[in-house]
Design a binder for this molecule. Structure first.
Ligand code: GLY
Length: 351
């Protein structure tokens, strides 16, 4: 199945979800830089470049290291210099090919070069398709924290080729499923059921439909709140603990698995704050996802990392809680409840 979704911002842009769409990428810009990491480039850059060239573009490929390590100001500066050396003008474009780290970095290059040039995304992981490639958040990390430098720079189009998901290890695919499940809890319970369906993987007949429904949840939120003044923060459901787990384990726990754990902790928090108990659902997701076991964690360091969350203000950390499925809210949770819930979370892990 094929889907064409539209993000109604000014200007609007299209998200194409289809098998083989990398072979049909046509854009109007004549000078194009494709940015891909060293693992993804050999797999998919030849097909993308051939299709851009068939459309009349001259294409240069720039490769970056794989993973979050590439999201530095140093690599950002290096890419900007490469664009300048290639003589790229304001009417040229950057195309990100790969996962979320690549589109974050490449998007920030596009946002900052000549104060902003055209940007396109070809995500190749489920995580990037559901989350990073939609909504225009771009940026790099600082030693002090993740995504502390960046810009909102919406893409001109997103091309999701679901064939690329077939080369992902199942574990990596299931990382992306965490964001789909999260979108289900935020706005579409049928999506939760679709993710938990037996055999939900890259070849599942329902993949494109499920992906389109998940992406639509994000589109709806981004359209209402493109620069995260309020509602867009709901997309951080499960991410406050997730970011702490990633930081403490130096990314040994990958993002999607940290989000799986983080959603369960947030569901237990909601229950302890008197809201609908959604922990059976988040537990079912963890049973589907089968994340790596967590190492022993010290509550004080978890709490301190959570306190650095971007949703924190002078009065402390705020969590995205769910009063019920489809009813998210941002709420400050008393320290005693955070700690008591942590004890419940550890008991769940030990069971
Ligand atoms: N990843 C959350 C957002 O795009 O707002």
């Amino acid at each position: 199945m094929e889907f064409d979704l539209t993000v109604h911002l000014n200007p609007a842009y299209r998200i194409r979800i289809a098998r083989g769409t990398l072979q049909q990428v046509r854009i109007p810009e004549k000078q194009v830089v494709v940015i891909a990491d060293s693992q993804i480039a050999p797999l998919y850059a030849p097909a993308l470049i051939a299709s851009l060239e068939q459309g009349g573009s001259s294409v240069y490929l720039l490769t970056i290291p794989a993973g979050e390590v590439a999201k530095t100001l140093a690599i950002h500066a290096q890419l900007l210099s490469q664009l300048a050396q290639l003589g790229l003008t304001r009417d040229s474009a950057v195309v990100a090919l790969g996962g979320g780290a690549t589109s974050d970095l490449a998007g920030y290059v596009a946002a900052s070069y000549l104060r902003g040039i055209a940007f396109y995304v070809c995500p190749t992981t489920l995580l990037a398709m559901v989350d990073a490639s939609v909504g225009g958040k771009t940026g790099v990390n600082l030693p002090e924290g993740k995504n502390l430098v960046g810009a909102f720079h919406q893409p001109k189009a997103v091309f999701m080729d679901t064939n690329t998901l077939e080369s992902l290890p199942l574990r990596t695919f299931r990382e992306g499923a965490a964001e789909l499940f999260k979108h289900g809890l935020l706005a579409n319970p049928q999506l939760c059921a679709a993710v938990l369906e037996t055999g939900f993987n890259a070849t599942h007949s329902n993949l494109e439909q499920t992906l389109a429904s998940g992406v639509q949840v994000k589109i709806d939120i981004v359209e209402r709140d493109p620069t995260e003044q309020n509602e867009r923060a709901y997309l951080n459901f499960g991410h406050t603990l997730a970011h702490a787990l990633e930081a403490i384990t130096h990314h040994a726990v990958p993002h999607g698995e940290a989000v799986g754990y983080g959603m369960h902790y947030a569901a237990l928090l909601g229950k302890n704050m008197g809201y609908t108990d959604l922990s059976p659902q988040t537990k079912a997701f963890l049973e589907y996802q089968r994340p790596m076991p967590l190492p022993e964690l010290n509550w004080v360091s978890v709490r301190d990392f959570m306190a650095r969350d971007k949703k924190a203000d002078n009065a402390g950390v705020r969590f995205v809680l769910l009063e019920a499925i489809g009813k998210p809210k941002l709420e400050r949770v008393p320290e005693a409840v955070l700690e008591q819930t942590w004890a419940g979370f550890l008991a769940f892990l030990a069971a």
